[in-house]
Design a protein around this ligand. Structure first.
Ligand code: HEM
Length: 150
């Protein structure tokens, strides 16, 4: 099994990076949609609400959820590949912490989507603008951790 993982390593890593790109695209875009959705409702412009709801639901269900699962599967296969992760270093722990936080952020967005769907959003466009910085910050930690390997 470990031999197989070692042979597959470049392919597993390529699949991991493809999944990560898809997941991150959604993590950046969904809070942006929430900014406009919240501001439109606040301004009393509710005509476009159904369109926002459809875009948010499709983005989360068709792209972000499968991309999250694929990122985790290929990421854990990389962890199980012999000689890739040295747990005595700092970077794997930094990455693990940031990846858990990214997963929490995904869940936070999913709960907010349910609120928008039910017409029960309580947060302002400004809050979503601020929350939009969370994945950027986490991405910087993850990429420096995995490439600089401090
Ligand atoms: C979800 C759980 C995740 C796990 C378990 C995981 C684990 C790993 C492991 C073990 C590697 C191999 C490192 C190496 O070959 O030296 C890797 C590579 C990589 N990961 Fe993740 N990862 C996860 C999520 C993410 C996320 C969210 C991002 C981006 C925001 C990311 C970006 C990358 C990149 C860019 C590489 C390739 C680095 C290189 O060129 O060697 N990973 N990941």
């Amino acid at each position: 099994m470990t031999d197989l993982l070692a042979i597959a390593y470049p392919w597993t890593k390529a699949m991991h990076v493809v999944s990560v790109i898809s997941w991150m695209a959604g993590l950046f875009y969904l809070p942006r949609l929430y900014v406009y959705h919240a501001e439109q409702v606040q301004a009393g412009l509710v005509q476009a609400e159904d369109l926002f709801r459809t875009m948010e639901r499709r983005l989360l269900r068709a792209i972000m959820n499968p991309a999250l699962v694929a990122t985790w599967i290929f990421g854990l296969l990389l962890v199980a590949t012999p000689g890739i992760v040295d747990w005595s270093m700092v970077w794997p722990w930094a990455k693990a912490g940031a990846v858990l936080a990214m997963t929490w952020f995904h869940m936070w967005l999913a709960i907010r989507r349910k609120e928008f769907e039910a017409g029960q959003n309580t947060r302002s466009g400004r809050t979503y603008r601020l929350m939009n910085e969370v994945p950027t910050l986490l991405m910087l930690i993850i990429v420096f951790a995995v490439i600089v390997k401090f």
